[in-house]
Design a protein around this ligand. Structure first.
Ligand code: ARG
Length: 586
């Protein structure tokens, strides 16, 4: 369906032409003065220079030539040369009725659907998920949904960190603690035990301990590096133990991501790239791209015109071990072979930008991707505490994701129980749903690249620009619909607005298609947030000024019910794109 602005311009174009002005000036925009009009055209201001004529005279000419038409209730030329427009109530109502009849609420799919691999989440095996991983999961899940909404084929891959030094550290620490395990016996040839010799709790304690020790003890660090190398070279015991670490860790990660409503199509990791490494390295050497530099194997990636130093991409360390860049490059090889994507999109903390510049340049230079394969890096900002520093626990430690979610849910639960009588079990479930909206909306309502302050008090508030406020509005609509009785058949469509607040709500609804398409194409969830915040505000204003259920005229009453149903549908689609849902009651 055509966008509202397009429809308006379709009326303006012939009016400009009939008045003798170039149609290129017939541009419409949402009004910057909603107190005066709904839309405006500034074309006469722009045309004034070309035609050497006062803009107000041009604006008057155009308005005169708009003549009789069914889409404007008002068209007025005002000083110094704006054309102020108000839509006809009937036109707007028709627009919403068409939107309502459309399965996709009149948002259009992309004309050129693409296959996109979305690399997000990026959790590291055996290290607890911390708030740094929260943003990648939240933003990535939303981008995945937005891409799919536009009709793209999006494949989400968690790309676990399961291959680097942290694995060697854990293996080394386990060996110190239980040297008797079969995994550490060099001449052991039997089957390894099915049961892992540790729990997730053990692993979470082991990694920080090992990491700390490696910093203090050079000998220990050497051992960990050696273990990492043996793992990467495929030593049987190391591999079997690693497999156990992976199993235990992934089960726990799935649980945690599940709590966030985050799912992945692929649970691949850096380790899956290993089989592609030797061949890739050989080719880079043979074709003269890679050369030795202080023992390491590197590919130069600086380019003419660089305004800052772009260091070479290190492919192998001097001891032959693979690095972060190595697995990322080999993963590109794998992804190209298996999926032939049009685009690979990476989502991490923006501090990894240089890494991706190097990897992308190296992949292009060495021909790992086709010329038209898009490689995109989206770097997000830091989640800070109220002190403006990266978010920490009250004690100053690294905040674990589980604890953060727990804290928010507890706060939500307290609020719900304070508000009214409700069965504690239902309150728990509702607290979970609203808590998630608080976290996700709090994050997504900021432009991803910016740092933001994670403010639990503000995010969990039922008022203001928050997830709970949006859900509160939706529950309010649900409750009216419930009272009205969903079973009752609603006849007829939405009628032209009866008052100003109703019209404002209708105008906001009519912007859904343009806003959603724009936000999804630009991968900008914050635009969805600001849209639904406005929509919720307009709905609540309408609600406070209108006695919906006691309205005596049945046609009017039913029209309002339809309007409520449409508002709810729009909000539902939007919060789905953001990755959360609404409860029935709260
Ligand atoms: N595991 C990494 C980290 O915790 C993020 C991985 C991002 N994806 C990638 N292909 N490098 O920082």
């Amino acid at each position: 369906m055509k966008k509202i602005l397009t429809r308006i311009e379709e009326e303006l174009v012939p009016a400009f032409e009939k008045a003798g002005y170039d149609a290129a000036y017939a541009k419409a925009a949402v009004s910057s003065r909603p107190d005066l009009c709904e839309f405006q055209c500034n074309g006469a201001m722009a045309a004034a220079k070309t035609y050497k004529k006062a803009p107000i005279l041009i604006a008057r000419d155009v308005v005169e030539n708009l003549g009789e038409n069914s889409i404007f209730a008002e068209a007025e030329a005002v000083n110094p040369g704006f054309i102020n427009l108000k839509l006809a109530g009937g036109f707007l109502a028709d627009y919403l009725n068409a939107m309502q009849a459309d399965e996709n609420l009149s948002a259009e799919k992309s004309a050129a659907p693409r296959k996109i691999i979305l690399d997000y989440g990026g959790a590291n095996v055996a290290k607890p998920l911390h708030v740094g991983h929260l943003r990648s999961a939240i933003i990535g899940e939303s981008l995945k949904r937005m891409g799919r909404f536009m009709g793209h084929e999006v494949i989400g891959d968690v790309h676990l960190g399961d291959w680097g030094l942290q694995m060697g550290l854990i293996i080394t620490e386990l060996k110190k603690r239980s040297p008797e395990l079969a995994y550490f016996q060099p001449d052991y040839t039997g089957e390894y035990p099915r049961e892992a010799p540790f729990t997730i709790g053990d692993l979470e304690e082991i990694y920080p301990a090992a990491s700390k020790r490696a910093k203090e003890d050079e000998q220990y660090r050497e051992e960990a590096l050696e273990a990492t190398r043996r793992l990467q070279q495929g030593e049987r015991g190391c591999r079997a133990l690693w497999q156990k670490i992976l199993e235990i860790s992934v089960a726990d990660l799935k649980k945690n991501y599940g709590r966030l409503n985050v799912t992945f199509d692929l649970w691949k990791g850096e380790s899956d790239a290993q089989p592609y490494i030797p061949d890739m390295v050989r080719r880079m050497k043979d074709e003269g791209f890679a050369h030795e530099d202080q023992g390491a194997l590197v590919v130069d990636v600086k380019e003419e015109g660089d305004t800052r130093e772009i260091p070479p991409c290190i492919i192998l360390k001097s001891d032959g071990a693979a690095l972060y860049a190595t697995t990322d490059l080999a993963t590109i090889v794998e992804r190209m072979q298996r999926y032939q994507p049009d685009e690979i999109f990476y989502l991490t903390d923006k501090r990894q930008e240089m890494h991706f510049i190097q990897v992308f340049r190296c992949a292009r230079k060495t021909g790992l991707v086709n010329r038209d394969t898009k490689l995109t890096f989206c770097g997000f900002g830091t989640m800070n505490g109220k002190d403006g520093k990266p978010f920490k626990t009250r004690e100053g430690g690294v905040m674990r994701l589980e604890n953060l979610i727990g804290e928010i849910e507890e706060e939500m639960y307290r609020k719900i129980m304070d508000n009214h009588e409700i069965d504690p079990q239902e309150a728990r479930e509702t607290a979970r749903i609203i808590g998630l909206s608080a976290i996700k909306y709090g994050d997504l309502s900021n432009q991803a690249s910016k740092d933001y302050v994670f403010d639990i008090d503000r995010f969990t508030s039922f008022e203001g620009n928050t997830g709970p406020y949006i859900l509160y509005t939706m529950v309010r609509i649900k409750s009216i619909l419930h009272k009205y009785g969903e079973a009752r058949e609603i006849k007829g469509g939405i009628l032209p607005a009866a008052n100003e607040s109703e019209k404002a709500l209708m105008l906001e609804l009519s912007r859904f298609n343009a806003t959603a398409e724009d936000a999804c194409e630009e991968m900008a969830p914050h635009k969805i947030c600001s849209y639904i915040y406005n929509l919720a505000n307009e709905f609540n204003r309408f609600y406070h000024e209108t006695r919906i259920l006691t309205e005596e005229d049945p046609a009017r009453r039913e029209s309002w019910i339809r309007l409520l149903v449409l508002t709810l549908r729009v909000l539902e689609v939007c919060i789905h794109l953001l990755g959360f849902e609404a409860p029935e009651r709260m």
